[in-house]
Design a protein around this ligand. Structure first.
Ligand SMILES: C[S@@+](CC[C@H](N)C(=O)[O-])C[C@H]1O[C@@H](n2cnc3c(N)ncnc32)[C@H](O)[C@@H]1O
Length: 266
C-alpha cells in the first residue's frame, strides 16, 4: 500500500505555539548579537561562521560537512544557513527549512553570496510537506529543543528520511556543566527567553529517537572562552573556569557536555 505523501501531523494542535515560536525567531536570529558587520553582508556571514565554529569547535570534528557529496540533505531549523552552506560547499544537494522568514531570507542571501544553490523555505518542521523517504540525510542542530512538539518533529524527520539514511540531531543536556554554571552564576543561557526551551537527559533524548533503528549519542561542547559576556563574571569564567574545567580528564566530564549530539540511522 502506498504511503501518504504529506504528514498526518495535526499542525493545528500546536498552531498558536508554532506562530509564537516563529515570531520570536524572526526577532532573535541565532548569534546575531556577535555581528559587527551590516546584517546580510559577506562580512556578516563570515563573522557568524567564524564565531559558530570557534564556539562549537567540536562540530566539524564530529560532523563531516564534506562527506555528503551528491547526497540530498535536509536541515530543519537552518537559521541563516551557516551549517547548510558548509554541507553545500562539500557537494551535498541541500534543502533548508525554518519557521522564521528572516532566517530564510538571510540563508538565501548567504547562499547567493557563496555562489551555491539550495532549496530554502519557510516551513514547520513538525509538519514537513516533503514526501516520505525524500532525503539521504536529515540534520537538526539546536532546533528540537525550541519547538512545540519535539517528538513530532523527530517523527517527521524520520518520515522524510530514506530507509538506511542518516539523521543528525543536537539538543541541550539537562545535566550539563553549562546548565549548572548558569544557575550558580545567575547568568541566563542564550535564548532562555524563547517561547519553548527544553533540556533533555541522555535517557530522554534516546527515548525520543526511538523511531530510528540505531542511535549513537555523544555529549559535546565543553567550555571555551565567551565573546558574548563581559564584566567580572565573564573574566572569572574566561580566565579561571575554562582552563580549570578543560584540565579535567575528558572521559570523566564527557557526560556533562552541553550539546547532546545524536547520530542515527533509519
Ligand atoms: C537556536 S536556532 C538554531 C539555528 C541553526 N540550526 C544553528 O544551529 O545555528 C533555532 C532555529 O530553529 C527554528 N525553529 C524552531 N522551531 C521550528 C520548527 N517547528 N520548524 C522549523 N524551524 C524551527 C528557529 O526559527 C531558529 O531559526
Amino acid at each position: 500500500m502506498s504511503q501518504p505523501i504529506v504528514s498526518a501531523a495535526a499542525p493545528d494542535k500546536n498552531a498558536a505555539t508554532i506562530a509564537t515560536i516563529g515570531a520570536y525567531w524572526n526577532d532573535h536570529i541565532h548569534d546575531l548579537e556577535i555581528a559587527t558587520e551590516p546584517v546580510g553582508s559577506s562580512g556578516f556571514f563570515r563573522e557568524l561562521d567564524e564565531y559558530r565554529f570557534d564556539k562549537l569547535r567540536y562540530l566539524p570534528q564530529v560532523v563531516d560537512f564534506s562527506g555528503y557529496q551528491g547526497k540530498t540533505l535536509l536541515e530543519v531549523g537552518c537559521g541563516a544557513g551557516i551549517d547548510l552552506v558548509r554541507f553545500a560547499r562539500g557537494g551535498a544537494i541541500v534543502t533548508g527549512v525554518d519557521l522564521a522568514q528572516v532566517s530564510i531570507d538571510l540563508a538565501k542571501e548567504n547562499f547567493t553570496q557563496n555562489g551555491l544553490e539550495a532549496d530554502l523555505r519557510v516551513m514547520n518542521g513538525e509538519a514537513l510537506t516533503f514526501p516520505d523517504s525524500s532525503f539521504d540525510v536529515v540534520y537538526g542542530h539546536g532546533v528540537l529543543q525550541y519547538t512545540a512538539d519535539a517528538p513530532q518533529m523527530v517523527r517527521e524527520m524520520h518520515r522524510v528520511l530514506k530507509p538506511g539514511g542518516e539523521a543528525i540531531f543536537m539538543v541541550y543536556n539537562k545535566y550539563s556543566w553549562l546548565n549548572a554554571l548558569s544557575k550558580l552564576m545567575k547568568v541566563d543561557l542564550e535564548h532562555e527567553d524563547a517561547p519553548v526551551l527544553k533540556k533533555y537527559s541522555i535517557g530522554e533524548f534516546k527515548a525520543m529517537l526511538r523511531p530510528f533503528a540505531q542511535v549513537r549519542l555523544v555529549p559535546e561542547r565543553f567550555p571555551v572562552e565567551s565573546r558574548l559576556h563581559h564584566g567580572l563574571k565573564a573574566t572569572i569564567y574566561n580566565k579561571v573556569f575554562v582552563k580549570a574545567f578543560n584540565s579535567l580528564p575528558r572521559f570523566l566530564v564527557r557526560p556533562t557536555g552541553w550539546h547532546l549530539m545524536a547520530f542515527a540511522t533509519k
